[in-house]
Design a protein around this ligand. Structure first.
Ligand code: NDP
Length: 449
C-alpha cells in the first residue's frame, strides 16, 4: 500500500516523466498542483491509497487525428487535430478548442489538466478536457476556415455530445469558428443537440454573457481579491496583454468599474494608450476586422505601438495577462513590481511562469491564478448548457448576476482553502486545493475506473 512521504508527489511526477507522459508545459502545470496539495495528502491517506494522483495525471482518453482540407488555391493542406478528455468524475468532459500553430500534445494536456480543477472550482457538474489543432486561422479566408472546421468536426463529432464532451472556444476559436463547427456537427449527427458545443450565437442557442464571461469574471475576481486588502478598482491603472476575447471584455469591465486599462498587445507587439484604451476602436479592429494591433495606434493619436520591448515595463497598479501561456517571466514580474503593481489576475491560462509567480508572492503582490480568475468563461458555458437542456434563454442581467456570484464563490473557496491549509492569501494553493478535493472525493466515491 502507498503511504504519504514528503517526496510522494515528486515520485509520481518522476514516474510519469519516465513513462514519457509529462511534456514540458504539462509538467509545469502538474508540478504546481502537486506542490500545492502536499498538505492535503498528508492529512488524507485515502487519496494516496486510491491512487488519485497517478490516475489524475493520465487522461481518460486522448484522440489525435488528421485534418485534411483544401485551401483557396486548390492545394491540399493537412493539420493535426487533438481532443484530450482528461477527467469526467464530476460531469461530461468540458473545455475549449484552440487553433494556433503552437498547439501540440503538451499544450493540450496542460490545458486539459488545468481545466479539471478550474471546472471543479465553479461548483458545477463538469469534467475537464481540451482540444484543438495546429491550424492557424490568421490570414485565412472565411471559406478556408469553414472547410477546415468541417473537416475537424468530421472526426471530432464521433467523440462529443451533450452528455459526453462539450467543446467551446479558446485562442483562434471565436463565434465564427463555433458557428461552422456547430453547423457540421448538426449535419453529421442529424439532430439539433444544442448543448453539444457552447459559445454559440445568442440567436441560435447561445447564452447571454458567454462572450463577455471570461474577461468580466477575471475582473470580478480581481475586485474580490482587492477587497480583502481594503483596495478598490476605481482610479487604478491596468496593464492588459492580448487583444482577443478575454482582453477585450476584461477591459470593458475594468472601465465599467472605474479602472483605467492603458495597454493591449498581440503577437506583433503592444500598444500603450495613456488616455485609456478606446474600446469601441479596439472592438472594431479586432472583433470585426481581425487587424494587427499596430492599426490601433495608427488611428489613435494618444497611442504608441512598439514591436519590441515588453508590455510589462509599463507602470500600473493592476496587471491582467490575457494572451497565452508563459508570456510573463521573472524579469517581467520584476518590471511590474518596480512599476508599483498591487495585484495580478491571470486572464489567460498559465501566462505567468513559476518564477514570476514566486516573485509576486515574495513582493507581497496579490496573485490570482488562471484556473480561479478565468473560470467565468466555463461557468457561463455551463449556464448555456442548462439553458439548452431546458430550452430557455435567460436575460443578460440575470446571467451576469449569476456570473458575479459564481466568481465571488470561487474567490471565497480559494481564499478559505488557503487559510485552512496554512497558506493565507496564497490563491495558487487555495485554488488547487479546493479544486483537487472536489475531484478527488468524486473519484474516491466512484472506485477505480
Ligand atoms: P483570442 O484568440 O481571442 O485572443 C488571443 C490573443 O492573445 C490575441 O491577441 C493573440 O494575438 C494573443 N496571442 C495568442 N498567442 C500568442 C503568442 N504566442 N504570443 C503573443 N500573443 C499571443 O483568445 P482568447 O482571448 O479566447 O484566449 C486568451 C487566453 O485566455 C488563452 O490563454 C486562453 O486559453 C485563455 N482563456 C480563454 C477563455 C475564453 O473563454 N475564451 C476561457 C479561459 C481562458 P495574435 O492574434 O497576434 O495571435
Amino acid at each position: 500500500m502507498q503511504h504519504f512521504t514528503p517526496t510522494f508527489a515528486r515520485d509520481i511526477l518522476d514516474a510519469a516523466i519516465a513513462r514519457g507522459s509529462l511534456e514540458s508545459e504539462f509538467h509545469q502545470a502538474v508540478s504546481e498542483v502537486f506542490e500545492s496539495i502536499a498538505p492535503v495528502l498528508a492529512q488524507h491517506p485515502e487519496y494516496i491509497e486510491a491512487g488519485i494522483l497517478e490516475r489524475l495525471v493520465e487522461p481518460e482518453r486522448q484522440i489525435m487525428f488528421r485534418v485534411p482540407w483544401v485551401d483557396d488555391g486548390g492545394r491540399v493542406r493537412v493539420n493535426r487535430g487533438f481532443r484530450v478528455q482528461f477527467n469526467s468524475a464530476l460531469g461530461p468532459f468540458k473545455g475549449g478548442l484552440r487553433f494556433h500553430p503552437s498547439v501540440n500534445l503538451s499544450i493540450m494536456k496542460f490545458l486539459g489538466f488545468e481545466q479539471i480543477f478550474k471546472n471543479a472550482l465553479t461548483g458545477q457538474g463538469l469534467g475537464g478536457a481540451k482540444g484543438g489543432s495546429d491550424f492557424d486561422p490568421h490570414g485565412r479566408s472565411n471559406g478556408e476556415v469553414m472547410r477546415f472546421c468541417q473537416s475537424f468536426m468530421a472526426e471530432l463529432s464521433r467523440h462529443i455530445g451533450d452528455d459526453t464532451d462539450v467543446p467551446a472556444g479558446d485562442i483562434g476559436v471565436g463565434s465564427r469558428e463555433i458557428g461552422y463547427l456547430v453547423g457540421q456537427y448538426r449535419k453529421i449527427s442529424n439532430r439539433h443537440e444544442a448543448g453539444a458545443l457552447t459559445g454559440k450565437g445568442t440567436g441560435w442557442g447561445g447564452a447571454h454573457v458567454r462572450t463577455e464571461a471570461t474577461g468580466y469574471g477575471t475582473v470580478y475576481f480581481l475586485q474580490e481579491m482587492l477587497g480583502v486588502r481594503g483596495e478598490r478598482l476605481e482610479g487604478k491603472t491596468a496593464i492588459v496583454s492580448g487583444s482577443g476575447n478575454v482582453a477585450i471584455y476584461a477591459i470593458e469591465k475594468l472601465q465599467q468599474l472605474g479602472a483605467k486599462p492603458i495597454t493591449v498587445s498581440d503577437s506583433s507587439g503592444f500598444v500603450v494608450d495613456e488616455a485609456g484604451i478606446d474600446l469601441e476602436l479596439l472592438k472594431e479592429l479586432k472583433e470585426a476586422g481581425r487587424e494587427r494591433i499596430s492599426a490601433y495606434a495608427e488611428r489613435r493619436p494618444s497611442a504608441t505601438f512598439s514591436s519590441s520591448g515588453r508590455v510589462w515595463e509599463v507602470p500600473g497598479q493592476l496587471a491582467i495577462p490575457s494572451a497565452t501561456q508563459n508570456e510573463l517571466g521573472s524579469d517581467d514580474a520584476s518590471a511590474l513590481i518596480r512599476g508599483g503593481v498591487l495585484a495580478v489576475a491571470e486572464g489567460a491560462n498559465m501566462p505567468c511562469t513559476p518564477d514570476a509567480v514566486d516573485a509576486f508572492h515574495s513582493a507581497g503582490v496579490m496573485f490570482a491564478p488562471g484556473k480561479a480568475a478565468n473560470a467565468g468563461g466555463v461557468a457561463v458555458s455551463a449556464l448555456e448548457m442548462a439553458q439548452n437542456a431546458a430550452r430557455e434563454s435567460w436575460s443578460f442581467e440575470e446571467s451576469e448576476l449569476r456570473l458575479r456570484s459564481i466568481m465571488a464563490d470561487i474567490h471565497s473557496a480559494s481564499f478559505e482553502a488557503a487559510e485552512q491549509y496554512g497558506r493565507p492569501g496564497n490563491y495558487v494553493v487555495g485554488a488547487n486545493v479546493a479544486g483537487f478535493v472536489r475531484v478527488a472525493d468524486a473519484m474516491l466515491a466512484q472506485g477505480i475506473v
